[in-house]
Each structure stands twice: as C-alpha cells, then as structure tokens.
Ligand binder design. Structure first.
Ligand SMILES: [Fe+2]
Length: 296
C-alpha cells in the first residue's frame, strides 16, 4: 500500500448562516440569500476539492463537545437532522454521510498511543453537530467523499491554554501518522471562526446584509494581521501570536481545530490562499487553503 498523505488543509468556518443563505434542499428554513462573499469563497474552495480529489475529509468541530477525551465518528453511515441550538430558525439540516471508520479507528488508536484519552462514537442514531455539517456542506455539498469527524475535547478552555493546545498538537501528529499508514489522500478541515466577538441581537431579517459588519474593530484588526501572516506563510509567527490573538479577539481557534490541522501538516511555512473573508453576526470568518501537493 502506498504511503498516505495529507494533500491539503483548509480553514473552513461553520456559521450555519452560510447554509441558510444558500438554500440547499437539505435545510428546512428558506432565505433570500445573504453572506455572498463568504459563500463565493467556499465556491472557490469547492473547486479546489474537485481538483484535489481526496479519498477522505477529516473535520474537527468545536460544537461536538466531549469533555472526556477526543471522540471520532465510528458508524459507517449516519443520517438524521442536525439543528443549531442557537439558530434553530436558520439551520435544521437533514444530513446523510458516510464515515471512513477504518481511518477514524486508526486515528483513535494513534491518539491513545500518544497518551490522549480517545474514544469511538458508536451510537447509530447520533445527531451530528451543526459545525461538522456546515463545514462539510460548504466544502463538498455532494456528500460523496467519506469523512472522519472529530470532537472538541475543549481542553484549552479548562486546562491552562497552552497545555490544551499542546494536546491538540499531539492529536494532529496522531492524525498524520494514521493517515500515512492508511494509504489515503486526505484533506483536513479546521472548522473555526477567527475573531468571535458577536452581536447579541439578530436583525428582523437575518439575511439583511445592511446589518452585517465586524462587531469589534480590534477584532477585525487582529483578523487582518493573522490572515496577512498566513498569506505570507509566516506560520511560526502566527503560532507565537496565537495565545494573544485568542485572548484579545475571543478567537474560536481556541477550541483547537486550527492547531490540530497545522500540527498534522507539520506547520508548513507556505503561503495560505485566502478564498475570502466575511463577517457573520459580527464574527470574522476566513476560508483559506494550504495545498501541500503544490508546495512539494
Ligand atoms: Fe462556532
């Protein structure tokens, strides 16, 4: 079997508003559009997936919270309705997906070998969280590529932050080892928003874009600083700044997907391609790609 590899990683945030704005048949609420620049950013990312033709998509979502360890979807076929508990008016999505259980089990084993608490999720009626579903829908709406879904242990929130992010780096290394042994060509999806300061009131028409803008100027400035460094391939500088960015911009990367992905990729100092940036209820969202096949 050929050695597997991570062919690309994407920063692929999960505001359910993007699915709502697109009006796919799987989502019950109907909209009159909205958040177009971010949805067009995802259109560009979709074209990259089409070109890369991965065997599997791995996604780490902050909204599948498992306080006891890192969990992996472990049922070959899952279907059901995913509802956003904060925005049930926007996101009630009928999902159906195939899981690469063999790779998920290998990731789980490697995580355990690294000393992490890890577990397979084997409930056949499990409702997959809206973060996982939104990221996967936005990147590949055809749902024809098997997935590995990884939960958020959220250790950076209850351990000292660097200790928690250190665990995510270990999880990333474990994920890479599992992929290499599997022979798969894998794409990683870090389902994270950048600045997470948000508005607390929804406009009467949620998709009224005259109401959409950054909630915080400082947060916006942080996002631009981080994106510019990522565009320049200054990965180590980004990771030096990460704790301060998380603190001052309330950045969702704290939940670990971003660190997991970069650790798995070996923290490449290559320019990330920005597909687009936009706000959703005031939070900052960037769709970005690191194509490791081009880099090599
Ligand atoms: Fe989120």
């Amino acid at each position: 079997m050929a050695k597997g590899e991570i062919i690309a990683g994407f920063l692929a945030p999960h505001p359910p508003h993007l699915v709502y704005g697109e009006n796919p048949p799987q989502n019950e609420p109907r909209s009159r559009g909205g958040w177009e620049p971010l949805r067009w950013a995802y259109e560009r990312a979709r074209r990259s997936i089409e070109r890369l033709k991965p065997d599997v998509l791995l996604v780490h979502s902050p909204h599948w919270v498992t306080q006891l360890g890192h969990h992996f979807l472990g049922v070959p076929h899952l279907r059901g309705k995913s509802v956003d508990p904060i925005f049930p008016n926007l996101f009630r999505y009928n999902f159906e997906l195939n899981v690469d259980v063999a790779l998920a089990e290998a990731c789980c084993e490697e995580a355990r070998a690294s000393g992490l608490v890890a577990k397979m999720m084997q409930n056949p009626n499990f409702r997959v969280d809206y973060g996982t579903i939104t990221t996967l829908h936005m990147i590949r709406p055809q749902w024809d590529i098997p997935v590995v879904g990884i939960s958020a242990n959220n250790s950076p929130y209850y351990l000292e932050m660097n200790e928690g992010l250190g665990e995510m780096a270990l999880l990333g290394e474990a994920t890479r080892r599992a992929i290499e042994k599997s022979g798969r060509r894998a794409v990683l999806l870090a389902s994270n928003t950048l600045c997470h300061w948000h508005f607390h009131e929804e406009p009467a028409i949620p998709e009224d874009m005259s109401q959409e803008h950054p909630q915080s100027y400082e947060g916006y400035q942080w996002d631009m600083r981080i994106i510019e460094l990522l565009r320049q391939g200054k990965t180590s500088e980004v990771f030096k700044l990460l704790p301060q960015f998380i603190q001052e911009a309330f950045a969702e990367v704290k939940s670990g997907a971003f660190t997991w992905m970069f650790s798995a990729m070996g923290y490449p100092e290559i320019p990330g391609e920005l597909h687009g940036y936009g706000t959703v209820i005031g939070t900052g969202n960037a769709v970005m790609e690191w194509d490791l096949t081009r880099a090599s």
